[in-house]
Ligand binder design. Structure first.
Ligand SMILES: *Cc1c(COP(=O)(O)O)cnc(C)c1O
Length: 373
């Protein structure tokens, strides 16, 4: 790849067209079949995808839903989490992790993160547990599995539900176990930019708990138990056939996609580890690099240098949730979660996707090295 090409064309954060090209014929024929069948919502593809994703995780059940946010919301609702309850999560995540807690009327209670993994700091969970605590929403941020052994121990000790927010971590493993299968439920998003992405919105909850599964199955479709017979009020949160068919095609390749992300990440880390703080690879887990996120006090200088060289980069997340106006009613202030606050000032996510060429990764890493020296 010539320097001129690199200088002229912007390297994006993600290239969905490049991912589409090799599977184009399969996608087109699947779409044609669905359109000709006239079955668009909750059909055979959704059922099959639910079975295939449950099997991938060696769990009993999967429920296709309209989004990752809905998978968290309907899961919490089905577990009976309600007003007056407190649910623990971190302030350094996408808002949906905490928003879903608020949707059921419960109070999000934040716990700070670790500087190295950007996941929940398990040593700080117990001090935030009260008589009202009923659950923990564990985020496997950027594709890095959280400390599940310690988390499950705390949850068992205090009898709390564990909901894994796996929106960024499809296929990531903790001690060879895929994330989403260790807690009471795993919640996934198929938003197009996620590691397993549809061509629109979609989500899924997986679980071994049959009662929970049945409840979410009803909640996603207006509590419908028979034709126009509703046992309780639910929602419209169905996954459609077109998205399910696309996801079934991509599911066959998810491990390959994730491995390619890991290869790019390893190139970055090998070049950058003495210039900036790189994502950590822990011996007992497999990070799937939904994002490759560096941390540096020179973050803004790096971002500027990348931009000058036509390389995209994004700050995930510039403002932790406890400082968001939407959560002002929780009365947190600056200084409450110092690690999350520092992370917000120092993180930068750089391009990582299966189709990124190793030479492009080397080129990007070179720009960063130069910017900080
Ligand atoms: C994307 C995301 C969600 C929400 O998923 P949607 O499908 O966009 O509703 C929830 N949690 C995290 C951590 C996410 O990254």
């Amino acid at each position: 790849m010539s320097e001129t090409y690199l200088n002229k064309d912007v390297i994006p954060m993600l290239d969905l067209k490049a991912q589409y090209m090799p599977i184009k014929e399969k996608i087109k024929s699947a779409l044609k079949e669905i359109i000709e069948s006239g079955q668009f919502v909750l059909g055979q593809n959704v059922c099959s995808l639910e079975e295939e994703i449950a099997a991938y995780h060696t769990v009993k059940h999967g429920v296709g839903l309209a989004s990752g946010t809905d998978s968290l919301h309907l899961c919490l609702k089905a577990l009976g989490i309600k007003r007056g309850d407190e649910v623990i999560t971190t302030p350094f995540t996408f808002i949906a992790s905490a928003e879903s807690i608020a949707y059921v009327g419960a109070t999000p209670v934040f716990v700070d993160i670790n500087r190295d993994t950007l996941n929940i700091n398990v040593s700080k969970i117990e001090e935030r547990i009260t008589k009202k605590t009923t659950a923990i929403v564990i985020v496997h941020l950027f594709g890095q599995p959280a400390d599940m052994t310690e988390i499950m121990e705390i949850a068992n000790k205090y009898n709390l539900y564990v909901i894994e927010d796996c929106a960024q971590a499809f296929g990531a493993k903790y001690k060879d176990i895929p994330v989403g299968s260790m807690g009471d439920a795993g919640c996934f998003s198929f938003y197009p930019s996620k590691n397993l992405g549809a061509y629109g919105d979609g989500g899924m909850m997986i679980s071994n708990n049959t009662d929970l599964y049945k409840k979410v199955m009803l909640l996603r479709n207006h509590g419908t138990v028979g034709p126009y017979e509703h046992s309780f009020l639910g929602y419209n949160s169905r996954l459609d056939e077109i998205q399910a068919a696309i996801l079934r095609i991509k599911l066959k390749q998810i491990d390959e996609y994730n491995q390619k992300r890991r290869n790019i990440a390893h190139i970055y880390t090998s070049i950058l580890s003495d210039s900036v703080f790189c994502p950590v690879e822990l011996p007992d887990r497999s990070h799937v690099y939904h994002q490759y996120t560096i941390q540096s006090p020179s973050r803004d200088i790096i971002k500027e240098a990348l931009s000058n060289n036509s390389v995209s980069s994004v700050v995930y997340y510039p403002l932790p949730l406890h400082l968001q106006q939407a959560f002002q009613y929780l009365h947190y202030t600056e200084g409450d979660f110092p690690v999350s606050e520092i992370a917000s000032r120092e993180v930068l996510s750089i391009p990582v996707y299966p189709e990124l060429e190793p030479e492009q990764a080397e080129h990007i890493a070179g720009i960063i090295r130069q910017a900080v020296t």
